[in-house]
Ligand binder design. Sequence first.
Ligand code: F6R
Length: 245
Amino acid sequence: MEFIIAESTEDMSRRAADHIAACLQADPDCVLGLATGTTPIGLYAELVEDCAEGKVSFAGVTTFNLDEYRGLAPEHDQSYRYFMKKHLFDHVDIDQARTHVPEGANPDAHAVCAAYEEAIAAAGGVDMQLLGLGPNGHIGFNEPEDTFPAATHCVDLTQSTIEANSRLFECIDDVPRQAYTMGIGTIMAARSVLMVVEGAHKAEIVKKAFFGPVTPQIPASILQFHQNVTVIVDPAAGELCRDKA
Ligand code: F6R
């Protein structure tokens, strides 16, 4: 694992964008796994700029997002499809037909999850998976549990995740209670992983996830077993790991 403490939050975003740009340059037809949340917004903005300046192209790229709320249509302004269009897809030269987000509007969990795994396999698997880190150590919507869930599945969100995400909805009752998410097995099958983390409130979980015991109670800790992981954190999130970087 490569663990980098960036000089600032902006530097974290720039470095992460450079990492993705390098993947695109090495393989213009690569398959990217993408994440939503506050943390990647800066790096998506950097990539939009890079694309406008002709430094990168998404023309050959296929994407698979980690997750989507169950029950939200793509047009809903809190759906992850909407987020991706707003922050990346609508501003780069990507073929939107090759962008995939689990079908939140379809209540048939079995069909949605099976189709997602099939689509990832048909694309040849994910080359580079971008991740954020939940305050409780979740990745995608894989919440702390007794086991590591393998494949794409439907989850009940924990109260802490509902509360953390309620800032984006009008009120907490509007936050969906379930989501479709890639499983830990799906994420671990990616050929490389890039995680970005920002904020002092994540300092403790960063230390536990990457330098503590591997446990399904901290889902991100499984990444310690992945062979090609880069973690880029901002100074606040890296505060308790200064001796490790
Ligand atoms: C989003 C996702 C989540 C977030 C995590 C951190 O697609 O899968 O695991 O990455 O909740 O979110 P932020 O960046 O908002 O702190």
